[in-house]
Design a protein around this ligand. Structure first.
Ligand code: PRP
Ligand code: URA
Length: 209
């Protein structure tokens, strides 16, 4: 069964408070989401494999460590997932980036896929699916299913805030996928928004309504 990790590092929690606040405007919201994504990436990559490498320092020969070359792919779910990509890329600059376009039908709350473009070798990569919000879980679950259909076998999911319903759906549909969150909130409201949440992530990132 996939694990759920809530990354309760004080810096993440501090910044998340300002991300949630309705007083926070678009520019600051975008900057904070970017920063928290980077901090989360630091935790999510904790188990990346390393190998020993012999190098010469100015003083002596040393056997030290480098990443063992495992290939990573980032897959933001459009559009709000885009707001977290650069923060992760700063830590993993060689990652390739695929995109899955999904929107949630406001009536049915079911995800509708409108775009997908992925690196050609996703089956060889560890993929991190990125979306700030895991609400009903439909979007993330469908995006992961789309990746699996195309051969991906090693997938993690990274979200800022989740509702219990979303976590349960992803765990049920994709028990092999570990989920990384900055917060697990209380519930969904009648419109499918996470409570207390942060509102509409896409609108807050891009200043739309
Ligand atoms: C938001 C969010 C997720 C989805 C979560 O996107 O970024 O993708 O809702 O909801 P779910 O877990 O119930 O599927 P939205 O559909 O608003 O699209 P947008 O990013 O284009 O604004
Ligand atoms: N999508 C959002 O952007 N926010 C929510 O609270 C739920 C879905």
């Amino acid at each position: 069964m996939g694990n759920v990790f809530v990354l309760d590092h004080p810096l993440i929690q501090h910044k998340l408070t300002y991300i949630r606040s309705k007083e926070t405007g678009t520019k600051e919201f975008r900057e904070l989401v970017d920063e928290v994504a980077g901090l989360m990436a630091f935790e999510i990559t904790r188990d990346l494999p390393v190998e020993e490498k012999t190098i010469e320092t100015p003083v002596t020969t040393a056997v030290t460590k480098t990443l063992s070359g495992k290939k990573i792919g980032l897959v933001p779910i459009l559009r709000a997932g885009l707001g977290m990509v650069d923060g992760v890329l700063r830590l993993i600059p060689t990652a390739k980036v695929g995109h899955v376009g999904l929107y949630r039908d406001p009536e049915t709350l079911k995800p509708v896929e409108y775009y997908i473009k992925l690196p050609s070798d996703i089956q060889e990569r560890e993929l991190i699916v990125i979306d700030p919000m895991l609400a009903t879980g439909g979007s993330a679950s469908d995006a992961i299913a789309s990746l699996k259909k195309r051969g991906a076998t090693n997938i993690k999911l990274m979200c800022l805030i989740a509702a219990p319903e979303g976590v349960e759906l992803v765990k049920k549909d994709h028990p092999d996928v570990d989920i990384y969150l900055a917060a697990l909130d209380e519930k969904l409201n009648e419109k499918g928004y996470i409570v207390p949440g942060l509102g509409d992530a896409g609108d807050r990132l891009y200043g739309t309504k």
